[in-house]
Design a protein. Structure first.
Length: 284
């Protein structure tokens, strides 16, 4: 039986950091899938083709991972997702699109508008839902199909149902804890997996070190009278984020030596970062 990690890479949810770790663990047996058109259009059929065409594949990441997944008889998939507080996530999306070298509507708008103007634009019905319950639409499997400003209630129910049966659900602001849980679950299938990391693609490194409550408050303060609408348009993502935290708490409670594992993991991360620095300056 083949075992393959499938990372549903949600935009601005620490996905590049997780992909870095997967690439470090699996080298050429990790695929950062970028044929977005094929994945959006053919969905499960395309994913099945990729898997069958890469017999050594052990991990795959895609910004457009399909749901439901294909069900090859000889493959067991291990999906992994990360949830982020939707209000805190907004500033990261804006900062990234503002510096992004791209001609997408979001990148253009971010360079033309200040933060509040950009968020107001993103709230419009005819604008892609990048910061409007986007995580719910992704987990529910509708992120490539709809733009509608208000997500239907059944999207949240579908996303929560999907989340319930996943073993690898991380929380961005609890990344280290999430990695300890992931490693504990994945090691029986991938004995040599090491998810120690060096943070990648960080738009606001200083801000990310502040407590999550402070970052959320800061964002809401910047939004002013727009805050109520933004909260309303992300109510499903807030519910999903709370559920992800609860699921993470439950997984941690089942690991008797969690604190010891977390300490060892963080020490590995420090060594990994130091090794990366040495390699970058040519001393390793």
């Amino acid at each position: 039986m083949r075992h393959i990690i499938l990372h549903g890479h949600i935009f601005k949810n620490a996905g590049s950091t997780f992909d870095w770790s997967l690439g470090r663990s699996f080298s050429d047996d990790f695929l950062d899938h970028r044929d977005n058109h094929a994945m959006r259009q053919q969905r499960a059929k395309h994913l099945a083709t990729v898997v069958s065409g890469n017999p050594d594949l052990r991990a795959l990441s895609s910004h457009h991972l399909c749901y439901p997944l294909p069900q090859p008889k000889d493959v067991t998939f291990h999906p992994a997702y990360f949830l982020r507080h939707p209000i805190e996530r907004i500033q990261s999306v804006y900062a990234f699109e503002r510096k992004q070298d791209a001609d997408t509507p979001g990148a253009i708008a971010a360079k033309e508008k200040d933060f509040r103007q950009y968020v107001a634009w993103r709230m419009q019905e005819d604008v892609p839902r990048t910061i409007r319950d986007y995580q719910t639409s992704y987990i529910a499997g509708f992120h490539t199909r709809h733009v509608k400003s208000t997500a239907p209630a059944d999207w949240l129910q579908r996303a929560l149902h999907h989340l319930e049966f996943l073993d690898c659900v991380g929380v961005v602001d609890r990344y280290d804890e999430s990695m300890v849980v992931f490693e504990k679950y994945l090691r029986p299938y991938f004995p040599d997996i090491d998810l120690a990391y060096v943070r990648q693609n960080v738009s606001q490194e200083k801000a990310s070190d502040k407590p999550i409550a402070a970052r959320v408050h800061n964002t809401l303060d910047k939004l002013g009278d727009l805050a109520a609408e933004v909260l309303s348009r992300n109510s499903y993502d807030l519910a999903l984020y709370r559920q992800a935290n609860q699921k993470l708490d439950e997984a941690i409670a089942k690991i008797d030596d969690f604190d010891q594992r977390l300490s060892k993991f963080q020490k590995r991360c420090k060594r990994t970062k130091a090794g990366s620095v040495l390699q970058r300056i040519g001393l390793r």
